[in-house]
Design a protein around this ligand. Sequence first.
Ligand SMILES: NC(=O)c1ccc[n+]([C@@H]2O[C@H](COP(=O)([O-])OP(=O)(O)OC[C@H]3O[C@@H](n4cnc5c(N)ncnc54)[C@H](OP(=O)(O)O)[C@@H]3O)[C@@H](O)[C@H]2O)c1
Length: 299
Amino acid sequence: MNKELVKHCSPLPPNSKLLVLGAGFSGQRVASIAKAHGRSVICSRRKFTQPGADLVFDSNENILPSKKDLDGITHILSCIPPSANGEDPVLTVLLDYLKDMPLQWVGYLSTTGVYGDSNGGWVSEKDTPKPQQTRSKRRLACEKAWQATGLPVQILRLPGIYGPGRSALESVKNSNCKVIEKSQQVFSRVHVDDIAGATFHLINKAAKGHWPNIVNIADDLPTSNKEVLVYAAKLLDLTLPPIEPFAIASKRMSAMALSFWQENRRVSNNLLCNELGYSLMHPNYQSGLKTIFETTKNG
Ligand SMILES: NC(=O)c1ccc[n+]([C@@H]2O[C@H](COP(=O)([O-])OP(=O)(O)OC[C@H]3O[C@@H](n4cnc5c(N)ncnc54)[C@H](OP(=O)(O)O)[C@@H]3O)[C@@H](O)[C@H]2O)c1
């Protein structure tokens, strides 16, 4: 575990017990830091064979933890996306358990897709969500369902997540890499280390009574995908394929890929970084990619 990251994150309050529901890419990062701080952590995955699984939870298969498995949990981070029917997998089957726990904080990882399209303008937590895609409408419904539980919930809205093993560096190394140009189009993003850092920061702020219902976790620099790929290629000393205009590339895109290009927004982190005082480890894609490149180049 990266010592700098562990130091950057404020430990959970003493005697905390964290449950990470859906400990995939982001959840594993959060869990590993809490463990490095010596805190008690339990992670769910859908199969015991998956890395870091302490217990199995799969709402689709109705495989649930027992109440005993969840004894004494004080903090929960749910990283599980809405199910295919749009319901929240945790709330549909575990809400009664959750209501019996001595919970101090419950974080729900959501997406900034709930804001919809702002024509490249900034969006903040104060804006009324205007989701366009079905998946974003479902996400907003899940946010509302969490908020209606009466639990001590905080919604953390995330843009595109990147980190070691999941970044533009992998895209550039992939022979199918596409460099698409669409005028004025930007995407917001966040490094997985800042999801973890911000989560611990927010838990500690909440313990002191600073508790906004919804917080965006994004870096400072929304940028075009092309710019990020150009930087990644430079780090790797690889040549990118020719740039394709969006008008041509879009004809061969899947509906899912196309839906990402149909929305253009800049996600503000003013609440997190200025009002709540979180300092980003990776304020921009250059910092994040360079660190991933440096730490993985000999691996
Ligand atoms: N990827 C992005 O760029 C992005 C951007 C914004 C928001 N988000 C959202 O942020 C959250 C965290 O993202 P991530 O990329 O860290 O997620 P991830 O790696 O895909 O992890 C999702 C977790 O949910 C678990 N899960 C899925 N369906 C489940 C079910 N029916 N019952 C129980 N567990 C279930 C998965 O189980 P297994 O461990 O068994 O796979 C996995 O642990 C997700 O909700 C994601 O949709 C992602």
